[in-house]
Design a protein around this ligand. Structure first.
Ligand code: MN
Length: 226
């Protein structure tokens, strides 16, 4: 696949060599009651910020990689020196996934997917409700920290797929295009839902930005942050 994530040489992000924490596109309390304001603030300002900070720290030792995008780093781990590889893997993944996650949610969620996304969900899962049930089950089943995803194959009309990844791995590492993702690390839900991950997964549908998922399906080259 010839995408930005798989070029042989790291593409320049911009003139700035430091990765930056993107602002939340809404206020901390905008996703109440599904996700509480305290969780959103800790999740964005502490957890996501920590991944960005640790990624920048890891890259201080690697001047040749300082202009690579976080997604490129995550998808080209074999090109990271061995002694830095784990730190870059975890923190580039944390930065990429959380950046995508904030954009996947909105306080103005429309209740149901429309158009080609709706058609693709029906073709693959039978109905939107069946898709939601499968997505919740996959997220509930996933052991330990990770993410649950709805992905599309690149540049084709093949079936959609639900998958989970461990840690902060991302389906783009396998050449797939993320449409939706939910964070099943305990830090994403524990304050309000405690151990009831399934309740969090069910409540999350009320804040999903289906328009964003549709845009990612319609324009698969644009599905991830640079
Ligand atoms: Mn998280």
């Amino acid at each position: 696949m010839n995408t930005a994530a798989n070029r042989d040489r790291p593409p320049a992000v911009n003139a700035v060599t430091q990765h930056r924490l993107p602002p939340l596109p809404y206020s901390f309390d905008a996703l109440e009651p599904s996700i509480d304001a305290r969780t959103m603030k800790l999740h964005h300002d502490v957890h996501h910020a920590d991944y960005v900070g640790k990624l920048n720290t890891a890259l201080t030792e690697l001047p040749e990689l300082q202009e690579a995008s976080a997604l490129w780093l995550l998808c080209n781990l074999s090109q990271i020196p061995r002694e830095s590889r784990v730190a870059v893997h975890h923190n580039a993944g944390g930065h990429v996934n959380h950046s995508l996650f904030w954009q996947t949610m909105t306080p103005d969620s429309n209740e149901e997917p429309q158009g080609p996304l709706r058609d693709a969900l029906h073709r693959t899962f039978g109905s939107v409700e069946a898709f939601k049930a499968d997505f919740e089950a996959a997220g509930s089943r996933h052991f330990g920290s990770g993410w649950v995803w709805l992905v599309a194959p690149p540049e084709s009309t093949g079936p959609l797929e639900i998958m989970t990844t461990a840690g902060h791995d991302n389906p783009t590492m396998k050449g797939l295009v993320p449409l939706l993702l939910n964070d099943v690390w305990e830090h994403a839900y524990y304050l309000r839902y405690e151990n009831r991950r399934a309740d969090y997964l069910k409540a999350w549908w009320t804040v999903v930005d289906w328009n964003e998922a549709s845009r990612r399906l319609d324009d698969r080259d644009r599905a991830l942050p640079p």
